[in-house]
Design a protein around this ligand. Structure first.
Ligand SMILES: NC(=O)c1ccc[n+]([C@@H]2O[C@H](COP(=O)([O-])OP(=O)(O)OC[C@H]3O[C@@H](n4cnc5c(N)ncnc54)[C@H](O)[C@@H]3O)[C@@H](O)[C@H]2O)c1
Length: 245
């Protein structure tokens, strides 16, 4: 589904990003794995290459917008211009409202919202100049409903991602750029291992009776990144096994 496409996948060293990078490569994309974690990111590249796919690693620190121009320059070097951007890199926290500090707020929103915006802006300009592109963002069901155990800074940042998606989508539509977003529910990954919900039995509260897997999310990302989604603009798809409908 992604033959001859170049995909930049952030957060591809782990969890949902890794599964997405691997699926996209198996569907023919050349994948640029972008992450803060170099060693784990290079493992994703090796996994893709050992399955016959094409991939390269670029180090990204999404908390540093000043570096994004050179990060994207580097990302476009191995395979050419980026056709697909998947914004998956992110951090979470589980502080109570009364425990959030200015530093913890800035850390979470700096990566999940501000960094995500400026990285997208950098790629968007290049896609606009080439006249096509697909951007798929990852928010969360926390963006829609908040959450007792998820941090307010995280929920607010992810709600911002939903709105940014619409803003980019409305401007992108005139330039052949589709921008959409997914809202995962409780997906079992390294990020979620420390969160309160991962200690609960999913049969007790998730209608499908199980946690999501990174692959559950990657499949929907693939659809939104492919030509099948050419007329889909600014939409949000929940991937929650019925946890949020
Ligand atoms: N796991 C869930 O239940 C769930 C639910 C909803 C949304 N999400 C979202 O999905 C995305 C992926 O989460 P995951 O569960 O796969 O987590 P994960 O921790 O397995 O992966 C996150 C990746 O982001 C990278 N990252 C963190 N900070 C970075 C930075 N400053 N610059 C570049 N890369 C950075 C990490 O190194 C890691 O590889 C996140 O945006 C998360 O908020 C996850």
């Amino acid at each position: 589904m992604l033959k001859n496409k170049v995909a930049l996948v952030t957060g591809a060293a782990s969890g949902i990003g890794k599964a997405t990078a691997e699926l996209f490569a198996s569907e023919g994309a050349s994948v640029v794995v972008a992450d803060l974690k170099e060693e784990a990111g290079r493992e994703t590249v090796s996994a893709i290459e050992s399955n016959g796919g094409h991939a390269a690693f670029v180090q990204l620190d999404q908390s540093k917008p000043g570096t994004f121009q050179s990060v994207v320059d580097e990302a476009e070097r191995p395979f050419g211009g980026i056709d697909v951007l998947c914004n998956i890199a992110g951090v979470t926290a589980s502080r109570k409202i009364t425990e959030i500090t200015e530093d913890s707020w800035d850390f979470v929103t700096g990566i999940d919202l501000k960094g995500m915006f400026f990285l997208t802006q950098e790629v968007f300009v290049r896609m606009r100049d080439r006249g096509h592109g697909k951007i798929v963002n990852v928010a969360s069901i926390a963006a829609l409903r908040g959450g007792r155990s998820s941090d307010a800074s995280y929920s607010a940042a992810k709600a911002g991602v939903l709105n940014l998606t619409k803003c980019f989508a409305l401007q992108g539509a005139q330039h052949g750029i589709n921008v959409n977003v997914v809202c995962p529910g409780n997906i079992y990954t390294p990020m979620s291992a420390d969160l309160a919900w991962s200690k609960r039995d999913p049969k007790d509260y998730i209608p499908m009776g199980r946690y999501g897997t990174p692959e559950d999310v990657a499949g929907v990302m693939l659809f939104l990144a492919s030509d099948l989604a050419d007329y889909v603009v600014g939409e949000s798809i929940n991937i929650s096994g019925g946890l949020y409908v």
